[in-house]
Design a protein around this ligand. Structure first.
Ligand SMILES: Cc1cc2nc3c(=O)[nH]c(=O)nc-3n(C[C@H](O)[C@H](O)[C@H](O)COP(=O)(O)OP(=O)(O)OC[C@H]3O[C@@H](n4cnc5c(N)ncnc54)[C@H](O)[C@@H]3O)c2cc1C
Length: 394
């Protein structure tokens, strides 16, 4: 038995012994993964599972141990993910700390920033949000107007961010600010880390068509942010911002699919379109499900290759726009198909006549509309693919 096989054995044994049975089930309606943070309240099993995994550093398995990670090699990290998938174990922690700002700081953060911010992320103690978009700056992100003026060893920040996912639940924000209003627009931007508890930060949730309020307006008035919270260099934040967007797009491409989506779609088709022999009644739906799952499998493998490169220390490149674009399309196809299979039963909102899982179909379908906007719209991804990946002329 080689080292990796031994690691697999030991990992499986540990997972079986330590994962509470409730953490080995798919999320039920109304349940969510653990996002950590000071403001979060989690059921006892969720908290127990987080604590057990965090103690081993397995919330961030391939991060170095000194920053709260597990210090696993890329191969060991893959084995852990495989064994968790085989046992149906939920991730102990999710969030923008693990998928966006953490990986960014590992690449370009100062030693002091890594030591201060990475362990609380890995332990689920601090939750992060992203302050990029503004009322006048979405696709044209470099047009952002939030100002930061130097005053000794702090920046005084004033402006407004919008569509800030989970700002009301986050403890810290990473944000883009304009530090040189006279420089060309891409040149005068700085990447900052801001404590949401700072005086002058006000958050207002925005209610969506789905009924939820997953994002907010964030008002920032004369907030004092220490200069040591600049990531990289003053006025050189645009390059950092783009690197983070690549981490984000990788994460978004990967995040939509739930582990047992394929089984769920099939079960749905058997439930609403049954045939006497136990198969799905409509051949055209059988075809559509098969095509979707084949496309998903190819996409998963491509994504896994790219993820392996990132874990090996290469920051993701502009090709992440392909993943973001295609992952979005796959997810929207999946949600559309689910709604078509369930027919009128997937048009419920609340009240009698609709089961909880039917209402979830409606809400998931509505939520998936946002996938082609968040993290940069599909049109913007196509522009990036054309220019930066294919090298096409303007
Ligand atoms: C669910 C969700 C979560 C989000 N979370 C966050 C968050 O946490 N933090 C954050 O900072 N932001 C967040 N956003 C905001 C998101 O990044 C912006 O909505 C997005 O970048 C688009 O910007 P906009 O809404 O201003 O649209 P606009 O930029 O005004 O675009 C409007 C339309 O014009 C098109 N368009 C614009 N420019 C071009 C072009 N050059 N070529 C072709 N078409 C173009 C766009 O594709 C779009 O269809 C979130 C958005 C959603 C939907």
């Amino acid at each position: 038995m080689d080292d990796l096989d031994a690691f697999r054995e030991e990992t499986r044994r540990w997972l079986v012994a330590n994962a509470p049975p409730s953490m080995r089930k798919p999320l039920a309606a109304g349940e969510d993964y653990c996002w950590g943070g000071r403001k979060g309240r989690w059921p006892a099993d969720v908290a127990r599972w987080l604590a057990a995994m965090a103690e081993r550093g397995w919330t961030a398995p391939t991060w170095p141990r000194e920053y709260g990670g597990g210090g696993l090699s890329e191969e060991e990290g893959k084995v852990l993910a495989q064994e968790m998938a085989k046992l149906g174990v939920r991730p102990p922690l999710v969030g923008f700390g693990l998928t966006m700002i953490g990986p960014l700081l590992l690449h370009v953060g100062s030693e002091q920033q890594k030591r201060r911010h990475l362990p609380p992320i890995a332990h689920g103690e601090i939750r992060w949000c992203q302050g990029y978009s503004e009322p006048g700056a979405g696709s044209d992100l470099a047009g952002l107007q939030t100002r930061a003026v130097r005053d000794g060893d702090v920046f005084v920040v004033t402006g407004q961010k919008v569509w800030t996912s989970f700002a009301d639940k986050a403890d810290w924000m990473f944000l883009l600010v304009r530090t040189d209003p006279d420089a060309p627009k891409h040149a005068g931007i700085t990447f900052l880390l801001m404590d949401m508890a700072s005086p002058g930060v006000t958050v207002r949730p925005i209610k969506l068509i789905s009924g939820a309020s997953p994002f907010c307006e964030t008002f920032i008035t004369d907030v004092r942010v220490p200069v040591e919270n600049v990531v990289g260099h003053v006025n050189e934040g645009w390059g950092i911002a783009k690197m983070l967007l690549r981490f984000e797009r990788n994460m978004i491409a990967d995040a939509f699919k739930e582990r047992d989506d394929a089984a769920r779609l099939l079960a749905l088709a058997r439930r609403y379109l049954p045939a006497d022999d136990g198969r799905v009644g409509q051949p055209i739906v059988r075809d559509q499900i098969t095509q979707l799952e084949m496309d998903q499998a190819c996409f998963d493998w491509t994504l896994a290759r790219s993820r392996a490169r990132v874990k090996a220390g290469h920051p993701p490149g502009p090709e992440t726009s392909i993943f973001k674009y295609y992952g979005t399309e796959l997810n929207q196809r999946r949600r559309d198909l689910a709604v078509r299979i369930a027919g009128p039963q997937a048009l419920g909102w609340e009240g009698e006549g609709f089961a909880d899982d039917e209402v979830k179909l409606t809400r998931d379908w509505l939520r998936s509309r946002g996938n082609s906007i968040e993290g940069g719209t599909s049109e913007v991804q196509l522009n990036i693919i054309a220019k930066r990946v294919l090298g096409l002329p303007d």
